[in-house]
Design a protein around this ligand. Structure first.
Ligand SMILES: Cc1cc2nc3c(=O)[nH]c(=O)nc-3n(C[C@H](O)[C@H](O)[C@H](O)COP(=O)(O)OP(=O)(O)OC[C@H]3O[C@@H](n4cnc5c(N)ncnc54)[C@H](O)[C@@H]3O)c2cc1C
Length: 372
């Protein structure tokens, strides 16, 4: 039996960042049910660093993560971020709503601004001007090297002495004599603290532990890549979020776009698979928005974005189960918020207050607490 201070359940970005931040201060084991880490949602994202996404709480956590992404990390030979502005587009009738969203977003990110007229097609020449009246540009957004980020945290955790167990599905856990006892497919662990970083399986893990679930909902989203007849490398990431037209596309290397319908379909926790209908609808929406005339796709995949009932993240101690820390409900922002999430977990485990970067933006523990 392995005895540690902290057992982290889930080897996606949430578990890896907690391991990387906690391992220098506590003995840690990271437990992943699959043969590979990051097999589920973490390896299936669009890999975009955008601050103004997911509502005010996620916006603040993403902004608080920026300094980590921009820091010089000696272990890496390339930066984690590659600049790539993001532009949300709308029809002329959405002008007032877009202006109001910009005003609210400027409270945290002052560079976000309204785009109109010729500047829309100067930024992205394939947009149909007859469809689009306004844009909201976030000039400081970027593309993220997600696997580089994940590996950086795992490497730091290992360097600090953490154990990483793959093929180690937690099958039972219970608290006795002031410690958690975990039965995994690869052995038994005793830990003072359990971190639930199990993504779509967050409520399953809680139920196994006899802890009241949060009411998490995994939402499937399908994505795909498509080759186009343009070099999109200078375009922003474009997204539309209106009922009649919702989709996004992101410039990728080799004249490819990463595309999605921005769909959200409730799902069981599972190995999510792409839905053909969502690919077909995304192609239709992107072709209405642009002159791209997409016809075929290169690769397709799907992942589960998991939300708490109020769609805000759940980062905090369970108030009914001693030593049970929730790090779930990251929705569509789990990569961009991961650096500050790891720091929040390390502070909570060490009994320190939330990081200054979080409180300075007006967030407190109550906003993140499981039973808020
Ligand atoms: C199409 C798409 C686009 C996205 N785009 C972005 C984006 O641009 N930017 C952004 O920030 N976010 C984005 N996201 C969201 C982001 O990917 C997620 O928020 C993030 O990956 C969640 O990480 P996680 O570690 O919580 O979950 P996961 O990566 O799913 O990790 C949870 C892990 O827990 C393991 N596990 C579960 N139960 C057990 C158990 N009993 N024992 C052991 N292990 C267990 C699972 O096997 C899994 O590996 C996107 C998501 C999708 C699907």
């Amino acid at each position: 039996m392995l005895e540690v201070d902290v057992a982290i359940i889930g080897g996606g970005i949430a578990g890896a960042t907690v391991a990387g931040h906690v391992a220098p201060e506590r003995s840690v084991v990271l437990l992943e049910q699959e043969q590979e880490l990051a097999h589920h949602t973490t390896s299936r994202s669009a890999a975009v660093y955008i601050e103004n996404e997911g509502g005010p709480v996620f916006h603040r956590l993403s902004t608080a993560s920026r300094s980590f992404f921009e820091a010089d990390h000696p272990e890496l030979d390339a930066p984690l971020l590659t600049p790539m502005p993001v532009m949300k587009v709308g029809m002329e009738k959405h002008r007032d709503a877009v202006a109001a969203e910009i005003a609210a977003a400027n409270a945290v990110t002052s560079s976000i601004r309204l785009i109109e007229g010729d500047e829309l097609t100067e930024l992205c020449p394939v947009l149909r001007p007859e469809m689009i009246g306004v844009g909201m540009l976030e000039p400081t957004a970027a593309s993220i090297d997600v696997m580089g980020l994940h590996q950086l945290y795992v490497r730091r955790a290992r360097a600090a002495g953490a154990e990483v167990w793959r093929s180690a599905r937690v099958e039972a856990l219970q608290r006795t004599d002031g410690r958690w006892h975990l039965e995994t497919a690869s052995g038994t662990v005793s830990a003072k603290t359990v971190v639930n970083a199990a993504g779509a399986w967050g409520d399953h893990v809680a139920t196994m532990a006899g802890v009241k679930p949060i009411g998490l909902t995994p939402m499937r989203r399908t994505a795909f890549t498509a080759r186009i007849d343009h070099d999109p490398s200078a375009w922003p990431f474009i997204y539309a979020d209106i009922p009649e037209l919702h989709c996004y596309f992101k410039p990728e290397a080799g004249n490819q776009l990463l595309c999605s319908l921005s769909d959200e379909t409730p799902s069981e926790a599972c190995d999510a698979r792409a839905e053909e209908i969502d690919v077909a609808m995304a192609i239709d929406h992107i072709n209405q928005l642009t002159t791209l005339n997409l016809r075929s796709v290169s690769t397709t995949w799907a992942g589960l974005r998991t939300f708490a009932p109020d769609r805000n993240p759940v980062f905090g101690w369970d108030d009914e189960a001693d030593g049970f820390l929730w790090m779930v409900g990251q929705g569509g922002c789990g990569i961009v918020t991961s650096p500050i999430a790891g720091q929040i977990a390390a502070n909570l485990i060490a009994g320190r207050p939330l990081p200054d970067a979080v409180t300075e933006l007006g967030l407190d523990q109550a906003a993140l607490a499981p039973r808020r």
